[in-house]
Design a protein around this ligand. Structure first.
Ligand SMILES: [Zn+2]
Length: 367
């Protein structure tokens, strides 16, 4: 059970709820609106008490990080106003905040996501669902961001504590949902990272086509397979790499991405790894069959069951080293309800959240 007492009283971490004595993971929630700089300033003010959570970067890391910052300045410049606000509010050097949010420091193919069009679900609504594979320890930093930058689109997106500007998946008021999975690190280099691209898309794009156009335009830092769905039911897989980006629209009502590029023309950008290939194959064949058998009857409970499946390697604990499912979520563009699970879905409950939240100007309230 998730009680308000443990949500309000404990800043972060897995904790024992004082009321029910159950072991629960506390999620952060943050409501943000106003100019990008004001949003950043508010976040920075909250982060300054936890400076020790930031990784320690060498001067070499920072120099490399600023090369990524240059690319963001070209393609999503307003987001840097928010990074500046975070730096000013927290008292941490801008170059450190920028390096942390804009450049990579952990490289491993990970995550799985699926998109299902409304004519294949029981509710008639489209669905985007993701299992995020990451450090399990970081599940305690899951933050739900309700964000409305001035003049831009409102969204619910997901990030970690101390990655205040980034989004790792989300849905916006226009009914566009997005996420991305990492696939390949062959020939990586400075570009616009997927956590930055996803935030920009949530703030600015209304349709799958607009979002795909943005991803095709930016320099991509490594291999990411983005999955997009909008309330019209359009689904696109955008396989993005530094050297080539390919968008595939599907009319089958279902698409899936995990661990590697799977379009024939993108195959050459995958690094060969037997374990990655086996896991990708197990997931793909299981999900394809599951979709065929359940098409038209799929609801959130069915998706939750799939996300926690061990037999077909959907929920994993042994690969990559210390990277199980860190959190899971289910979004339905056009619906006001999201289902979010902090920590592996086999051990934790999904919690319902309202997507539309009442926002006050220039306020950031961590609960
Ligand atoms: Zn599990």
């Amino acid at each position: 059970m998730f009680s308000e007492a443990c949500n309000l009283g404990i800043k972060r971490a897995r904790a024992i709820c004082g009321i029910c004595s159950e072991d629960v993971i506390v999620m952060y929630e943050v409501k943000l609106s106003g100019s990008y700089y004001d949003i950043g300033l508010r976040i920075g003010n909250l982060f300054k008490r936890d400076k020790e959570l930031l990784p320690k970067f060498s001067e070499e890391n920072i120099v490399k990080g600023m090369e990524y910052e240059k690319e963001v300045r070209k393609y999503a410049p307003e987001l840097l106003e928010e990074v500046q606000g975070i730096a000013d509010g927290s008292g941490v050097d801008y170059r450190i905040v920028a390096t942390h949010e804009l450049s990579p420091y952990r490289l491993q193919p990970s995550c799985l996501a699926m998109a299902i069009s409304g004519d294949c679900t029981r509710t008639g609504l489209p669905v985007l669902a993701e299992n995020e594979e990451w450090i399990e320890e970081d599940s305690k930093y899951l933050t739900l961001c309700y964000t409305k930058p001035g003049g831009k689109l409102y969204s619910l997106g997901f990030t970690f504590y101390w990655a205040g500007m980034s989004r790792y998946g989300g849905v916006n008021e226009a009914g566009l949902a997005i996420c991305g999975v990492s696939t390949s690190f062959v020939n990586s280099g400075p570009g616009v990272m997927f956590n930055v691209a996803e935030r920009w898309i949530l703030d600015n794009c209304r349709t799958v086509e607009e979002a795909a156009e943005f991803i095709e335009k930016i320099p991509n830092e490594w291999g990411i397979a983005y999955l997009l769905i909008d309330k019209k039911g359009s689904i696109a897989k955008v396989e993005a790499h530094r050297e080539k980006t390919k968008t595939t629209y599907t009319d089958k009502g279902f698409e899936f991405v995990s661990l590697r590029f799977d379009s024939p023309e993108m195959e050459r950008y995958n690094a060969w790894d037997q374990q990655v290939f086996d896991r990708y194959s197990a997931r793909k064949s299981f999900l394809s069959k599951w979709f065929r058998q359940n098409k038209g009857n799929i609801d959130d409970q069915a998706i939750m069951n799939v996300l926690k499946d061990h037999e077909n390697e959907m929920c994993t604990h042994d690969y990559p080293v210390n990277m199980p499912i860190c959190w899971s979520w289910i979004l339905s563009p056009g619906s006001d309800e999201a289902a979010v699970c902090a920590g592996p879905p086999c051990k934790n409950e999904f919690r319902r959240s309202r997507v539309a939240q009442r926002l006050e100007p220039a306020r950031a309230n961590f609960k």
